[in-house]
Design a binder for this molecule. Structure first.
Ligand code: OGA
Ligand code: NI
Length: 332
C-alpha cells in the first residue's frame, strides 16, 4: 500500500490562543483557517488550546493503568453489558466491513453522566445514561471526569468558531447542543509486528460518523488519506490536539466540508495510547443543511434527520455485538 514518510504538510496547525480573550479580527482569522482546512483535508491541529499539559499527562497515565489491568477485570465493565454502551471493549470488537480480524485496539468509552430519572434516559434514548467505571481505580474516574469536562468546554468553543466560518452567528450550534452527546474514548493500540494488511490494522480506515473530534496521541500512528491516494502520518506534537470533522458535519454543511478517511497503524514497536473526544448534538436535534451552504449552484442534497436516529444506525454498522444481537443493547 502507498505509504508516505512522516510529514504532514497539508494538515494546518492553528494557534487558537485568541479564542480565549483575543480580538475579534484574530478570531475571524481562526474561523477562516478552520473553514479552509475543513473544505480541503478535513483535519487540522490546534495549539494553545488552554488544556493544561499536566491534565493530559494524567489522562494518559490513568489510561495506561487501566489498560494494564487483567482482561477479566476489564471485561467486568464491558460495554456490551451497558445499555448505554459505556465501558470497556476488547481487541476485535470494532470491525470495518473489509477487515477480517477486527481492529487491533482496545478501548474505554464514557459520555456525559446522566441520572436514571433523566427524561431521555427514561425514554431509552441511545447512549444516554450513567457511566460505568473500573473497580478500584478512583484516580481514573476523577481524571477522566475532569478531562471530559474540559474537552467539552473546548470543543463547544471550537464549534462557535465553526459557526462563524460558516457565516452563522457564534451561538448557531447552541440550541442543537443543550444536552449533547459528548463522548470520551480512550484507546490502546498494542504494537503490530510484521507486514500490515487490510485484514487487520490498529484502526481500519474510516470516517468518523459525527460532528467534530479532538484527538490526543502519545506517539505517532494516525494516518490521513491524501488527495493523491497516499497516507499522511500526522506528526506527534504533545502540545496539539488533532481536530477532524465527521460525516454528520459534512452532511450538515451540504458537503462543503470533507469528512476525511483516516486509520491507525502502530508500527512503532511500542504500545500506543490515544484519547478521542467526540462532540455531537442532542438526541432530538434536527439536522438540516445549513442555509449558508445551500445555493442555486449547490442545492441541498440531504433530507433533514434526527441526530439520535442517525447515530443508532451508524453504531449498528460498527459494533459486532449490536449486529449479532440487536436486543443486547437494551436488555443488559
Ligand atoms: C477514532 C480514531 C484515532 C486514534 O477513534 O475514530 O480515528 O489515533 N482514532 O486513535
Ligand atoms: Ni476516527
Amino acid at each position: 500500500m502507498p505509504h508516505q514518510a512522516a510529514s504532514s504538510p497539508s494538515i494546518p496547525t492553528i494557534d487558537i490562543a485568541p479564542l480565549f480573550g483575543g480580538n475579534q479580527r484574530d478570531v475571524d482569522h481562526i474561523a477562516e483557517s478552520i473553514a479552509d482546512a475543513c473544505k480541503t483535508v478535513g483535519f487540522f491541529t490546534v495549539v494553545n488550546h488552554g488544556i493544561a499539559p499536566a491534565l493530559i499527562d494524567s489522562m494518559f497515565q490513568e489510561s495506561k493503568n487501566f489498560f494494564a489491568r487483567p482482561l477479566t477485570e476489564k471485561m467486568s465493565i464491558s460495554n456490551d453489558k451497558s445499555p448505554h454502551m459505556r465501558g470497556y471493549f476488547p481487541v476485535g470488537a470494532e470491525t470495518p466491513e473489509y477487515e477480517a480480524k477486527g481492529d487491533l485496539k482496545e478501548g474505554f468509552d464514557m459520555c456525559s453522566d446522566l441520572p436514571p430519572d433523566d427524561p431521555d434516559v427514561l425514554a431509552g434514548a441511545t447512549l444516554h445514561g450513567p457511566n460505568v467505571w473500573p473497580p478500584g481505580l478512583p484516580g481514573f474516574k476523577r481524571t477522566m471526569t475532569e478531562y471530559h469536562a474540559q474537552m467539552l468546554h473546548l470543543s463547544r468553543r471550537l464549534l462557535a468558531v465553526f459557526a462563524r466560518g460558516l457565516g452563522k452567528p457564534d451561538d448557531f450550534f447552541d440550541d442543537k447542543l443543550t444536552k449533547p452527546l459528548a463522548q470520551l474514548r480512550l484507546l490502546h493500540y498494542p504494537p503490530q509486528h510484521g507486514p500490515v494488511s487490510r485484514e487487520q490494522m490498529g484502526c481500519g480506515e474510516h470516517t468518523d460518523y459525527g460532528t467534530i473530534a479532538l484527538l490526543s496521541q502519545d506517539i505517532e500512528g494516525l494516518e490521513i488519506l491524501a488527495k493523491d491516494g497516499s497516507w499522511i502520518t500526522v506528526q506527534q506534537n504533545p502540545a496539539a490536539f488533532i481536530v477532524n470533522i465527521g460525516d454528520l458535519m459534512a452532511r450538515w454543511t451540504n458537503d462543503r466540508y470533507v469528512a476525511n478517511l483516516h486509520r491507525v497503524i502502530n508500527a512503532s514497536g511500542r504500545d500506543r495510547y490515544s484519547a478521542a473526544f467526540f462532540l455531537d448534538p442532542d438526541y432530538h436535534a434536527k439536522i438540516e443543511c445549513i442555509d449558508t451552504c445551500v445555493s442555486a449552484d449547490a442545492p441541498g442534497k440531504y433530507a433533514p434527520i434526527i441526530f439520535g436516529e442517525y447515530a443508532e444506525a451508524k453504531l449498528d454498522a460498527t459494533f459486532q455485538f449490536r449486529q449479532a444481537e440487536p436486543a443486547a443493547a437494551v436488555s443488559a
